[in-house]
Ligand binder design. Structure first.
Ligand code: GLP
Length: 260
């Protein structure tokens, strides 16, 4: 597990974008797992720049998003479909047939979740999964007490998560109670995972995920069992880590060949 404390969220985002670009350059048909929320926005901005200015080619890339609200049409401004097209897809040359986002309007939700799992498998599995983290340590929409073996399925949001995400909805609009989310087990199968967590509001979650025990009460903590997981923090989200000086020392002294 790699823990990188960056001087700013933007520096962390640039690093994440460089990692993603590296995967796409090495394997033009790469399968990317993508995330929504505020944290990935600067990563997507940098990927757009790399596409426009440096020719980063997404034409053969396949994407799978982590989650979606149930009941929101794709054009709804707070839907993750809308978010992804606005923040990334419409600015790069990704092929729309290779973009996958859980269907929040599916009539048969279990069947649609199983089909999502099958599509990930048929695409050859996820090469790199980008993640954010909730203030309670959730990843995707796997709330605390989610099974660490869970697959794509319906979940009920906690009031805290609904409150945290309310800023993406118009004033007075209800945040849905139900979502479709990749499971913790699904996420753990990605070959590489990059988790972003910025700001003081994420400091407790980062402490619990990185230095706490592995527990379903902090779903992100299971990444301690992942062979290639990288946590990208800024100074504020790293403020409570006991081993912060060590993580900084490791990063500053990386051998050249290990650098992104
Ligand atoms: C939502 C998303 C998560 C995301 C989290 C934190 O719950 N489903 O995937 O990690 O928000 O988002 P933010 O980056 O806005 O703090």
């Amino acid at each position: 597990m790699e823990v990188i404390i960056n001087p700013s969220a933007q520096a962390a985002a640039n690093l994440a974008a460089r990692k993603i670009a590296g995967v796409v350059r090495a394997k033009p048909s790469a399968v990317l797992g993508l995330a929504t929320g505020g944290s990935p926005v600067p990563v997507y901005r940098e990927l757009i720049r790399l596409h426009q200015e440096e020719g980063l080619d997404f034409s053969r890339v396949t994407t799978f998003n982590l989650d979606e609200y149930i009941g929101l049409r794709p054009s709804h401004p707070a839907s993750y479909h809308h978010f992804m097209w606005e923040c990334l897809f419409r600015h790069i040359n990704v092929c729309s047939e290779r973009v996958h986002i859980p269907d929040g309007l599916a009539h048969d939700i279990p069947a649609s979740c199983n089909a999502y799992e099958t599509a990930i498998r048929d695409a050859g599995g996820i090469d790199l999964q980008l993640l954010g983290i909730g203030t309670d340590g959730h990843i995707a929409f796997n709330e605390p007490a989610s099974s660490l073996a869970s697959r794509t399925r319906i979940k009920t949001l906690s009031e805290r998560t609904r409150r945290d995400n309310a800023s993406f909805f118009a004033e007075g609009e209800e945040v849905p109670h139900h979502v479709i989310t990749m499971g913790v087990g699904t996420i753990m199968e990605a070959r590489e995972v990059v988790l972003l967590g910025f700001g003081a509001a994420k400091a407790d979650a980062m402490l619990a995920a990185i230095e706490g025990p592995v527990t379903q009460m902090v779903p992100a903590s299971v990444l301690q069992f992942h062979e290639r997981a990288c946590f990208l923090l800024d100074d504020a989200s790293a403020a409570k880590l006991q081993r912060a000086d060590y993580y900084r020392h490791v990063f500053a002294n990386k051998p050249g060949w290990q650098r992104v």
